[in-house]
Design a protein around this ligand. Structure first.
Ligand code: ZN
Ligand code: ZN
Length: 241
């Protein structure tokens, strides 16, 4: 985990300009690293959508995208469409070595908070150990921690583990993606961790929901009954309605 010292150091190194468009930030935005204009360019995902998976409503018939999801996974929502601006932001979070941008992304995710009538906890989608070593941090954990600061709810970092490396998913169809991540997650410390929490899975990007569904399946198997998923961005799936 990032120390307070390194966060302060990061702040010193960063010029007072927008990380994405390099416009100067006003003093009002001093605690941000993305300017208001760039944040406005993140096109919000809005209804009408499938109440469960948050995907634009199918033209006819039931939603195919979430039909196979485990029953415990109640809803998934995303803040913005993965288009130029949001893609740039996700890239900065993942590869730019500027995890502090998570606070700006988390602020844009305020509308994705699932309704709850009890205590809830955030569960970041884990990275495979090898990828975590390469990147130095888990971008989903950074998002979850930023959301936890906003919403004042706990993050369960050690609950979910990745039990095997999965090939990168960018070129797979929805159906093969689900097979690709099958059995990729396990649950640790379920007894001390989950309690009576509604669990909110956190990931940076939703593509077909396969990763969230597989993580939810592992949690369900360990006894969780109330799971939601939230992501900053959502990729449009061509020819899938
Ligand atoms: Zn900007
Ligand atoms: Zn659906």
């Amino acid at each position: 985990m990032r120390s307070v010292l390194s966060a302060a150091f990061e702040q010193l190194l960063l010029p007072a300009e927008c990380l994405l468009c390099h416009a100067l930030l006003t003093p009002r935005d001093a605690n941000r690293i993305v300017c208001p204009l760039c944040r406005q360019r993140w096109r919000a995902v809005r209804p009408p959508w499938c109440e469960r998976c948050g995907q634009p409503e199918p033209h006819f018939g039931p939603c195919r995208l979430c039909a196979q999801w485990p029953a415990a996974l109640r809803s998934v929502r995303s803040a913005a469409w993965l288009e130029e601006g949001a893609r740039h932001a996700v890239h900065a979070l993942k590869y730019g070595r500027v995890p502090r941008i998570a606070d700006d992304l988390a602020a844009a995710m305020s509308g994705t908070r699932p309704p709850s009538d009890g205590p809830s906890a955030l569960v970041p989608i884990p990275l495979a150990p090898k990828r975590l070593r390469e990147r130095g941090y888990n971008q989903s954990e950074m998002l979850a921690r930023a959301l936890a600061r906003q919403w004042h709810i706990p993050v369960l970092v050690d609950l979910l583990v990745r039990t095997r490396e999965t090939p990168t998913q960018t070129t797979l169809t929805p159906e093969t993606r689900l097979a690709n991540v099958a059995g990729a997650f396990g649950v640790r410390n379920a007894k001390c961790g989950m309690g009576n929490f509604a669990l909110i899975l956190v990931d940076d990007v939703f593509t077909t929901g396969a990763t969230l569904a597989e993580a939810a399946a592992a949690l369900e198997q360990a006894g969780a009954t109330h799971i939601h998923g939230i992501t900053f961005a959502r990729a449009a799936i061509p020819d899938f309605t």
